[in-house]
Write a protein that binds this ligand. Structure first.
Ligand code: SAM
Ligand code: SF4
Length: 459
């Protein structure tokens, strides 16, 4: 069998795609790079907003046409698969294999089955399963928990991914050891709310460390860099900031979604913290990690958001001074409380506010990146950049960075870089030696090609 996988959505989905892909390989499948070469196409879906759902519909439309012309098995996994909305789409587009986020290990059974196979249960076996490490990659994801116990009124995730289940620390450390042995240098610990690790359904699990202590444990493994996402402000403790500060491998990067700067909106979102509490966490982070790089998620145009509420989001952005942000116009998702109880704002209002917020983010990212010019950063280079003669990577603070190639360095690994130019989305620098001297560059024809390098999305 030749299988092709398409992934939409978050880093958790990337991890799950890797997990299912490795299962497929263990059953003898060959992974191919395009739909044209494949006899099994599996789409890992996202249901958090309407746009990714529309994308899935459009890809499935194309696949259904192909299926009419040649033998093709169509599969759909992930959040959308778990919803009635996704199941209707699956029926319409003749999907053969449907796997919800809790049934990924049913992929083998699904392939053995000669008929349509739908797996929609949340199965415990998934939490003990350790996928093989990624091959030839310096970065890896590591899921430390699945599901979510919060009930933010706009969010479909608790429905699609079920309640929170923390993985046992032994499984996490075993998976990490395998990643280390495979050459991984940067691991990102994943969960919808990593700060609640070890406290499932409100109950502290015996034998599980707190998230802060898990960071300390992972920090002792020998891994060079540790990142984590996502943090929910309600469960953020000062001890997490302290653990970050005292564990050298933990990068000084915190992604702390705020969603809104207005207490009225935060209440309607059921976020369970106030603007003031959020800012208190930011102050604690800065107390322990003065050079912390801060990122956030913001939803604009939540039902009932007034111009004054939105201005509070803008003022909070200025008060924190984020390095980067994921910004979304509110998308009413069937099955969420806000869809049921609140009236959606007009699209033009949401688009206009999103445009203003993006302008603010660009301004802050430009200022923040410019402040790094002249500094020395530790950059994890991944390999060739879009422009010939350049390498790309990212800093401990997740800033995409591009450097000219130097003699003797192929690109993979952590290197010291002096930053000499910055845009809102990219930093440019030179590789330097232990004395701070520029390493000799590989001669190239068009040095100005640096300006053509593709903007790399922040991880
Ligand atoms: N668990 C994380 C947290 O609580 O911050 C976030 C997980 S969610 C999958 C990723 C982001 O999608 C959220 O932080 C939120 O900004 C955005 N999001 C979720 N539901 C949304 C909706 N209905 N409309 C627009 N954005 C949404
Ligand atoms: Fe969704 Fe809120 Fe859970 Fe994050 S914490 S996944 S936004 S319900």
């Amino acid at each position: 069998m030749k299988a092709h996988l398409i992934t939409y959505g978050c880093q958790m989905n990337e991890y799950d795609t890797h997990l299912v892909q490795s299962q497929l390989v263990s059953f003898g499948a060959q992974i191919v790079d395009s739909v044209d070469e494949a006899d099994f196409v599996l789409i890992n879906t996202c249901a958090v907003r309407g746009k990714p759902v529309d994308k899935v519909r459009s890809v499935l439309g194309t696949l259904r046409k192909l299926k009419a012309e040649r033998p093709l098995v169509i599969g759909m996994m992930g959040c959308l698969a778990q919803l009635e909305e996704g199941q209707q789409i699956a029926r319409k587009f003749e999907v053969d294999v449907l796997l919800g986020p809790g049934s990924l290990l049913d992929i083998g059974k699904a392939l053995e089955s000669n008929e349509r196979f739908w797996g929609l249960q949340f199965k415990d076996e998934l939490h003990d399963h350790i996928p093989p490490p990624p091959v030839g990659k310096l970065q890896a994801h590591l899921t430390i928990m699945r599901g979510c116990d919060h009930h933010c009124t706009y969010c479909i995730v608790p429905t699609t991914r079920g309640p929170q289940v923390s993985r046992h620390p032994d499984q996490i450390l075993r998976e990490l050891d395998m990643q280390l042995a495979a050459g991984v240098q940067e691991v990102t610990l994943l969960g919808q709310n990593v700060n609640a690790y070890g406290v499932d359904g409100g109950a502290k699990l015996a034998g599980y460390p707190s998230f802060a202590d898990l960071l300390r444990l992972v920090g002792r493994s020998g891994i060079q860099r540790i990142k984590f996402t996502t943090s929910h402000p309600m469960n953020f403790t000062e001890d997490v900031a302290a653990a970050m500060a005292e564990t050298p491998a933990v990068c000084e990067f915190v992604h702390l979604p705020v969603q809104s700067g207005s207490n009225r909106v935060l209440r309607r979102m059921a976020r369970e913290y106030t603007r003031e509490e959020y800012l208190h966490h930011i102050a604690n982070i800065r107390k322990h990690i003065p050079n912390a790089v801060l990122a956030t998620d913001i939803i604009v145009g939540f039902p009932g958001e007034t111009e004054a509420d939105f201005e509070e989001t803008l003022s909070l952005y200025d008060e924190v001074g984020y390095d980067s942000a994921y910004m979304f116009a509110y998308s009413a998702r069937p099955g969420t409380p806000s869809y049921k109880h609140f009236e959606d704002l007009p699209r033009e209002v949401k688009v206009e506010r999103l445009t203003r917020l993006i302008a603010k983010q660009k301004d802050w990212s430009a200022r923040k990146n410019a402040a790094h010019v002249g500094s020395i950063q530790e950059v994890l280079l991944r390999g060739d950049a879009f422009s010939e003669g350049f390498l790309e990577g990212h800093t401990r603070g997740n800033h995409p960075t591009v450097v000219p190639k130097v003699l003797g360095i192929t690109g993979a690994g952590v290197h010291r870089v002096r930053i000499n130019q910055a845009t809102p989305h990219m930093m440019y620098g030179n590789l330097i030696d232990a004395n701070g001297e520029n390493l000799p560059e590989v001669p190239r024809f068009a040095p100005e090609a640096a300006a053509l390098v593709s903007p790399l999305q922040m991880a």
